[in-house]
Design a protein around this ligand. Structure first.
Ligand code: SAH
Ligand code: SF4
Ligand code: F3S
Length: 467
């Protein structure tokens, strides 16, 4: 360990897995003497943990690099070095091209090699311009040190846990199989150990992450292969783990055991993010989604037969090559059929190297914009109706963050809606019964209803209601 503490700043773009990876990058560099800072200008090492999913996400990275060049230059004039690291999916997709385009980048590291950061940082200190975008054979996770208790406490009582990574589905629009590699699942033993440690350090809610999380098939404790339902069951048995979520699922991997888990496991929150992308069979086929519109609708009906009280969320792409007005209406029709509590929707963005980018029947930008506006209007209407239907209901809420005003704390409803509640005498980490009394555009407002249900260990009380 070096004796002068150095500061690192990590900025994550894209999905929740990048947020998890960013935390692990801090964990792996902390034994090298790096402390995390939230002030970019003060950092000796800056990591941009990037996303390649849509063109706009990539543009953001290059514009950030432009800003960073100025900071690096200004710090240089004060005699301070700034190491610039590009990690994540743009790093994987562009590799050396990043160093060519932005010469001030010292190190490019892909999502499968960041456990090597200590060594790579040293190499880049000796000679800038290091690129590591290998898919190494060794298990990245086995080489990452656990988060310290202090860092886990600071990250709060709701934590991410990557259980599955990569994708073999090759939807024709998507870069993920190229940037994250093929589908792998972490072993249950490793995951349970990580989860136990998080629980001991104050974590009450785990969100299991994977590009195809419901395709999880990791080695179980009994030597057999476990599916996601089996893994969830084992995680639910850990002392302190009160609630479980998982994202993102693929319709083809939704098995009945997982549906039954939504009925049988009180810790499993009644929320399912199950992207359909399009409601048109022709487009679903061109997307290589490997399911039809009817498959999806029947699946939703079946899951709801196990757990009727389920908030469904999804992802939608409008303007995929060849999408006609009739195809688009099929998508609106699926939305009307399902009724979404929340959703993410995007204009199709051609990604270099993916099959759809080379399809000739690309949809005009204005058409995409117009369809997206219509689709989002419908989804927003459904979201607001769902939020309104929650007024008057009482939920157990894990308070996981300071609120927006003094004495207020924030948390998530079982359906993942943000909830704010005045609770001056409570702490982050408490689980309380909250009656929803109203809503604003993006969140619910509630009041305490009844006793404190669960309070964390005293030393976990590090984030107070905002002052
Ligand atoms: N693994 C997840 C998706 C990860 S990407 C899954 O299979 O559902 C998150 C979302 O980004 C996708 O669901 C899709 O809606 C959107 N997306 C991916 N590639 C895109 C592209 N080329 N253009 C527009 N949206 C895209
Ligand atoms: Fe991308 Fe499709 Fe894989 Fe999801 S299932 S990560 S959309 S290729
Ligand atoms: Fe983006 Fe990579 Fe996640 S492309 S959405 S950061 S898997």
């Amino acid at each position: 360990m070096s004796d002068t503490p150095k500061k690192m700043f990590v900025k994550s773009f894209g999905c929740q897995m990048n947020v998890y990876d960013a935390q692990r990058m801090v964990d792996v560099l902390s034994p090298e003497g790096y402390m995390e800072t939230d002030n970019q200008a003060d950092a000796d090492l800056v990591v941009l943990n990037t996303c390649h999913i849509r063109e706009k996400a990539v543009e953001k990275v290059y514009s950030d690099l432009g800003r960073l060049r100025k900071i690096k230059h200004a710090r240089g004039e004060d005699g301070k070095d700034t190491m610039v690291v590009v990690a994540g999916c743009v790093a994987q997709a562009e590799g050396k091209e990043i160093v060519r385009r932005a010469g001030m980048v010292d190190l490019v590291v892909g999502p499968q090699s960041y456990h090597r950061l200590p060594e790579l940082v040293k190499q880049a200190q000796a000679k800038p311009g290091v690129v590591d975008t290998e898919f190494p054979l060794e298990d990245k996770f086995a080489h990452l040190p656990a988060a310290s208790r202090q860092r886990t406490l600071a990250r709060g009582p709701s934590a991410f846990l990557t259980v599955q990574e990569g994708c073999d589905k090759f939807c024709t629009f998507c870069v993920v199989p190229y940037t994250r590699g093929s589908e792998t699942s972490r072993g249950a033993g490793q995951l349970l150990a990580e989860a136990k440690r998080l629980a001991e350090d104050g974590v009450r809610e785990l969100t299991l992450l994977g590009q195809n999380v419901n395709a999880y098939h990791g080695g179980g404790l009994d030597g057999k292969t476990w599916n996601l339902a089996r893994l969830l069951e084992a995680l639910a048995n850990i002392d302190g783990i009160e609630r479980l979520r998982y994202t993102t699922s693929h319709p083809r991997d939704m098995d009945e055991e997982l549906m039954a888990a939504h009925r049988d496991m009180p810790q499993l929150m009644p929320y399912l993010h199950l992207p359909v992308q399009s409601g048109s069979d022709r487009i679903l086929n061109a997307m290589n989604r490997q399911h039809t519109r009817m498959d999806y609708l029947q699946l939703i009906a079946k899951i709801r037969s196990y757990q009727p009280d389920l908030a469904v969320s999804g992802d939608f792409i409008v303007g995929f090559p060849g999408e006609t007005e009739a195809d688009f209406r099929d998508t609106l029709n699926v939305i009307e059929n399902v009724g979404y509590a929340s959703a993410f929707s995007f204009k199709y963005s051609p990604r270099p190297g993916t099959p759809a980018a080379d399809m000739r029947n690309q949809v005009a930008e204005e058409v995409k914009a117009e369809r997206l506006a219509r689709l989002q209007a419908l989804l927003e209407e459904q979201r607001q109706a769902f939020n309104t239907s929650c007024i008057g209901r009482t939920f157990d809420i894990l308070l996981d963050r300071p609120g927006r005003s003094e004495g207020q704390l924030g948390g998530r409803s079982p359906y993942l809606q943000a909830v704010h509640v005045d609770a001056p005498h409570l702490k982050v980490g408490d689980i309380v019964s909250v009656k929803v009394t109203g809503k604003s555009t993006n969140s619910l407002v509630g009041e305490l209803a009844g006793a404190l249900l669960l309070s964390p260990a005293p030393e976990a009380h590090i984030m107070e209601a905002s002052a």
